[in-house]
Design a protein around this ligand. Sequence first.
Ligand SMILES: NC(=O)c1ccc[n+]([C@@H]2O[C@H](COP(=O)([O-])OP(=O)(O)OC[C@H]3O[C@@H](n4cnc5c(N)ncnc54)[C@H](OP(=O)(O)O)[C@@H]3O)[C@@H](O)[C@H]2O)c1
Length: 233
Amino acid sequence: MTLASFPRGFRALVIGASGAIGSAFVQALTDDAGCGRVDALHRHSAPPIDFDREASVAQAAEAMTAHGPYHLIVVASGVLHTPAFAPEKRLADLDYGRLEQTFCVNAFGPALAIARFAPLLDRHRSVLAVLSAKVGSIEDNRLGGWYAYRASKAALNMMLKTAAIEVRRSNPGAALVALHPGTVTSALSRPFRGAERGRPPADAVRDLLLVIDRITAQDTGSFVAYDGQRLPW
Ligand SMILES: NC(=O)c1ccc[n+]([C@@H]2O[C@H](COP(=O)([O-])OP(=O)(O)OC[C@H]3O[C@@H](n4cnc5c(N)ncnc54)[C@H](OP(=O)(O)O)[C@@H]3O)[C@@H](O)[C@H]2O)c1
């Protein structure tokens, strides 16, 4: 597919490019004849972005300045579980270790990426999209559980919304949005029957790129699902 709303030769940057959804974004953008450049950053790229190392975010942004301005920036990093922990099933499972690590990767890191990379957005037409999750919607929360993941995505959503209000003043051509990809087959979803319930990352990314292509500067600060539906915060 081709992103028709972006200028021919547009430049894209994917953070979290080693993940299932991030790498599918890199592939789809590489295959888009209209895309002139795709930069893929992750924990082991050159430069690296590791949200456990705060300085790496500013250093990467500094290094990428020469390759911008970017028309599309996607932040596709995230964590739900690690070898050390699974998401909480009940209140009694809460602990600082799980909360800190989940908030670092899902909220602090992406927020810092927005702060350091927003100045690299093109001034005429650009979109910065962060991968959020519908379970981060406070209004939509009916099942409970997954405290750290839900709360970290809600925090990410607030960071995104607040940044969108500020960035609109300095760059009215840019749109900052939070996207929900639906359930996607990946390492993140695998322990939760993601392989059976999820879609292939390439399918989710095709839908997300269709959504991104329709996003205008007026949509900045919104939370949108893969099918284009606006989600409640
Ligand atoms: N899969 C789903 O069903 C689903 C549903 C809703 C929302 N999402 C969201 O979609 C996004 C992508 O998920 P995915 O399914 O593609 O997961 P994934 O395949 O597990 O990819 C996660 C990505 O996050 C990166 N990451 C983890 N810890 C990091 C850290 N400390 N610093 C920097 N990067 C770090 C990983 O890097 P490494 O490769 O180095 O580990 C990888 O690039 C996440 O934000 C997730 O919450 C996914």
